[in-house]
Design a protein around this ligand. Structure first.
Ligand code: ZDR
Length: 283
């Protein structure tokens, strides 16, 4: 029996396994089984807590299809709250090794109660080869054409450790993300595939965003995607850099700030849903 906790941040949900003392053999297989909403627990991904030689803790994340992501914004808030609420750290600020480098979550308290989690998500990567996007070595990828199902869209690409393709649309609510999301995900421009955000700018500090996630399809929210969206909005002069931008997602709201030191800060909720034990890890 393997113990787990189930978490959600803006409705982006995760099953978390604490492997500080006892490891699991095949994370990819575990993710596919556990994330299944009929035969498993049901989640958009699994989070694994591991020891780290370089930071206080290490986080790994696996998508529903078993692929590993470098980073997960909503996941790291859940991960941080697990460590704090379950007494694995007494600190409100600590370091986490991820595929996107060492990041720093901070538990935001109000009179002893957790109000949210603010995460220093590090610097965005903007050069074609860093994201990666084919054909843009040494250059930023801002408002470039991409052809999908016979139509040309404009995209801006940003890596927050994981790849994002941001498309500004007039009406996010009615954009056919279920039909088109996978076409962007596996487009030939993106050799490691991509997460895709469909973004309607409401004003210069407020956007409505919907997401198709690499390896997981449509989810209710995406933390790294919200960061990438705000960076893309600023690069396209659609958003202001001063102060925070509110990102309105299907499952909640995040506040994002691309600060002068080039780090992106994300603030939002993370909630425990339940704790449990898996009956069987075989087959
Ligand atoms: C988008 C995400 N849920 C988050 O909150 O940042 C991360 C999940 C990983 C994503 N599907 C990927 O990069 O493969």
């Amino acid at each position: 029996m393997k113990k787990f906790t189930k978490w959600q941040g803006c409705g982006n949900d995760f099953v978390l396994f604490d492997c500080l003392h006892e490891d699991i053999e095949d994370y990819a297989e575990l993710a596919r089984k556990v994330c299944d909403r009929h035969y498993g627990v049901g989640a958009d991904g699994i989070l694994v807590v591991l020891p780290s030689a370089e930071a206080d803790f290490r986080m790994r994340i696996f998508n529903t299809d078993g692929s590993e992501a470098e980073m997960c914004g909503n996941g790291i808030r859940c991960f941080a709250r697990y460590l704090y609420d379950f007494g694995l750290t007494k600190e409100t600020r600590f370091t986490v090794e991820t595929g996107a480098g060492i990041l720093v979550p901070e538990i935001v308290l109000d009179g002893g109660t957790v109000k949210g989690i603010k995460v220093d998500m590090g610097e965005p990567h903007l050069l074609g080869e860093e994201i990666p996007v084919i054909g843009f070595d040494g250059q930023q990828v801002v408002a470039q054409p991409i052809m999908v199902e016979g139509r040309t869209y404009q995209f801006t690409a940003v890596s927050m450790g994981n790849p994002h393709c941001v498309i500004f649309v007039d009406d996010a609510e009615n954009f056919p993300i279920y039909e088109l999301g996978s076409k962007f995900e596996s487009h030939e421009l993106f050799p490691r595939k991509t997460n895709t955000e469909f973004v309607e700018v409401k004003d210069r500090q407020h956007v409505r965003m919907r997401v198709w996630e690499r390896g997981a399809a449509v989810t209710l929210a995406c933390g790294t995607g919200s960061c990438a969206t705000v960076v893309a909005g600023i690069l396209n002069d659609k958003l202001d850099r001063a102060g925070e931008t509110e990102v309105e997602l299907d499952g909640g709201r995040l506040r994002i700030h691309w600060a002068d030191n080039n780090h992106v800060f994300m603030t939002g909720p993370a909630e425990l849903v339940f704790s449990g034990e898996l009956a069987d890890l075989e087959a």
